[in-house]
Design a protein around this ligand. Structure first.
Ligand code: FES
Length: 105
């Protein structure tokens, strides 16, 4: 399956789903611009911010309070914002589109 990352200026890039990896890991291993993952997935840097479609949000699992706190430090966050390092990808996410925020360009 594939997940499509769409940059703020509308360029899309597909990444192969690799179960057990985080969404941040598949983005960085596919060279998706705009996802840095500076903290290595520790929920501490906020450089893996993504915006999901509402329909996909429920499939990406629960948000921890740490993640919620990190997201709340970002005033530009959207309701469907998540930190990509906190999402484990599964084949259920085949066809999912993930948008990158303007501030992460
Ligand atoms: Fe640092 Fe996700 S990689 S918060």
């Amino acid at each position: 399956g594939t997940i499509t990352f769409v940059s703020y200026d509308g360029e899309s890039q597909d990444a192969e789903i690799d179960e057990g990896q985080s969404l941040m890991q598949i983005a960085t291993s596919n060279g998706v611009a705009g996802i840095d993952g500076d903290c290595g997935g520790e929920c501490a840097c906020g450089t893996c911010h993504v915006i999901l479609d509402k329909q996909w949000l429920s499939r990406t699992g629960e948000q921890s309070s740490e993640e919620e706190q990190m997201l709340d430090m970002t005033p530009e966050r959207e309701q469907t914002s998540r930190l990509a390092c906190q999402i484990k990808v599964t084949e259920d996410m085949d066809g999912m589109t993930v948008k990158l925020p303007e501030f992460q360009m």
